[in-house]
Design a protein around this ligand. Structure first.
Ligand SMILES: Cc1cc2nc3c(=O)[nH]c(=O)nc-3n(C[C@H](O)[C@H](O)[C@H](O)COP(=O)(O)O)c2cc1C
Length: 187
């Protein structure tokens, strides 16, 4: 599918049908997620694929978002930043979050291309999720992704216009100077 089309089609889905999901499609999306840029090319991310129904309903409870229990799978994205912070000190924490976001966007776009649906879940009890999945304290749980096929047909929420997102040369300058040839070309 054309890249622009996938980026525009992606949207958060909170109602899933009963159609079975092939876990190998989820592997394809993770395969794309791992190609995202990494600070110093240091990997930090792990993707836990949860298929156990009881665990999924406990994750829904830990997030207080009931719709999660409708999903066939939940992917839990986790980071371990010790190697990054060893290399970059405190800045490593920032890099860890940024590379998680970059990988997640690849993951979301590939799921969209495959016709699968999800919703980025950032609101959950870290302690509860770690307890349910036996995740150790040194691991950061970044987000949960309940995955299924969409029930109905939603669309992406409106996003800021291009001109609301861009400044030129100085902060808050909304206008691009006409281009001047540095060699003083007369054409
Ligand atoms: C960091 C982050 C955390 C989010 N957490 C939740 C969440 O806990 N529950 C939820 O239903 N949606 C959550 N969302 C999804 C947003 O609500 C959704 O992306 C936004 O409304 C825009 O809709 P769209 O994804 O369809 O463009 C989260 C999104 C992001 C990026």
């Amino acid at each position: 599918m054309d890249f622009d089309k996938v980026a525009k089609l992606r949207h958060s889905v909170r109602h899933f049908s009963t159609r079975k999901v092939d876990w190998r499609d989820i592997m394809k999306a993770i395969d794309l997620a791992r190609l995202a840029p990494l600070a110093g090319n240091i990997p930090t991310l792990k993707f836990l694929i949860i298929s156990d129904e009881e665990k999924i309903s406990r994750l829904a409870e830990a997030s207080q978002q009931e719709f999660i229990s409708e999903a066939r799978f939940v992917v839990v994205v986790c980071s371990t930043h010790d190697q990054l912070t060893r290399s970059y000190d405190e800045r490593g924490l920032k890099y860890s979050k940024q590379q998680a976001g970059a990988a997640i966007q690849n993951f979301l776009l590939k799921l969209t291309e495959l016709g699968l649906a999800t919703c980025w879940i950032g609101a959950f009890s870290d302690e509860e999720v770690k307890r349910i999945l036996q995740i150790s304290d040194d691991v950061e749980v970044e987000a949960l992704f309940p995955i299924g096929y969409e029930l109905g047909k939603g669309k992406q929420k409106p996003k800021p216009l291009l001109e609301q997102c861009v400044y030129f040369n100085t902060w808050k300058n909304k206008y691009m100077e006409p281009w001047k040839d540095p060699r003083g070309s007369k054409t």
